[in-house]
Ligand binder design. Structure first.
Ligand code: MLT
Length: 325
């Protein structure tokens, strides 16, 4: 018995030594960051900006791999099953929380399959249409949709996506269900909105601001409590007459469960630096958002956020009874 306890103690000591040794040399190769949506969309844009800055800080490339589909759950599953060595990460948003209830047969346990690095940003949404859409304001848009609900189409990035959540909230708010068209991300959906193949989308400012400023799409409202500096002429949903319709798309950086705590700490410190990087701050501002505060770019803050958001959306989704599977 004494021999067994001694060998267990030795094994534990070796494990700690090994993981701190790992942390000391981490990272010694390229790190892959999985974006669970198509390239060119809002989550891809945010991830590439942060990854570029963290690469400089960590001295190794953080490369982005887009694994779109099933509202972001395919990409999340890829990271849930990856080696917990710090070389595969996930940057995902509020969809991480809603999918935990929307999908009853998820390939992973949302609250137990990941370790946490930190919160990254919270992006407002915009209600936009193709540029030649008739209605002049949100009230006109709502009346038009109600009168044409069988032919109006709303693009989204699949069940569990931010654009799906916002679209669902919009339909519930105006008590009118209309046709949705799913994509692997709002990057490709934007291409079809620009081309007039779809009519409406509720999407993040990180994907819509430049198009709105360029007049290539039409904007009706932002879902933030106040107007945005970059879109001063676009009213809030509150101002436009849709009260109680505010949503911000919070984003977090995750790792597979079992990633050494020292590695998570190193990544969190690097994320905090990236969120103070002048270039990241400037680019985020151009796209209508800002970095999360330092205190939120921590494992504990992201864990708390995910847990509270899963609890917040579960009764809402169960009440709606709209599941993905
Ligand atoms: C994307 O990057 O395509 C979006 O985050 C999709 C979404 O959630 O609407």
């Amino acid at each position: 018995m004494k021999k067994l306890i001694a060998s267990l103690a030795t094994a534990a000591t070796f494990a700690v030594l090994a993981s701190s040794a790992v942390a000391q040399t981490y990272p010694d190769k390229t790190i892959t960051v999985i974006v669970p949506f198509a390239a060119g969309g809002p989550t891809d844009t945010v991830t590439r900006l942060v990854a570029e800055s963290m690469s400089k800080d960590l001295g190794q490339q953080l490369i982005v791999e887009n694994v779109g589909g099933a509202g972001g759950t395919l990409g999340a599953a890829r990271v849930a099953e990856a080696d917990p060595d710090g070389y595969t990460l996930l940057l995902h948003h509020i969809g991480m929380a809603t999918s935990a209830t929307l999908y009853r047969k998820l390939a992973y346990d949302t609250l137990n399959a990941f370790d946490y690095v930190g919160l990254v940003t919270e992006v407002p949404m915009t209600i936009v249409t193709r540029k030649d859409f008739e209605p002049a304001d949100l009230k006109g848009l709502i009346d038009y949709v109600k009168a044409n609900k069988d032919k109006v189409t709303l693009a989204n990035a699949g069940i569990g996506a931010a654009s799906h959540l916002c679209g669902m909230m919009f339909m519930n708010a105006i008590q009118t269900q209309f046709v949705t068209v799913p994509y692997k991300g709002t990057g490709p959906a934007m291409t079809d909105l620009l081309g007039g193949q779809v009519d409406i989308m509720c999407d993040q400012t990180t994907n819509t601001t430049k198009q709105i400023q360029g007049g290539t799409i039409k904007a009706y409202a932002v879902t933030s409590p106040a107007r945005l500096d970059v879109l001063p002429n676009i009213p809030t949903t509150e101002e436009a007459g849709l009260s109680g319709f505010q949503v911000g798309i919070w984003h977090g950086l995750y790792a597979p469960k079992g990633t050494p705590p020292e590695v998570l700490e190193k990544l969190s410190k690097s994320l905090q630096k990236a969120l103070k990087d002048e270039n990241v701050i400037a680019r985020f501002a151009e796209l209508g958002t800002k970095p999360s505060p330092e205190a939120d770019a921590t494992p504990a803050a992201l864990k708390a956020k995910l847990e509270s958001e899963v609890a917040r959306w579960k009764p809402v989704i169960e009440a709606a009874g709209q599941y993905a599977d």
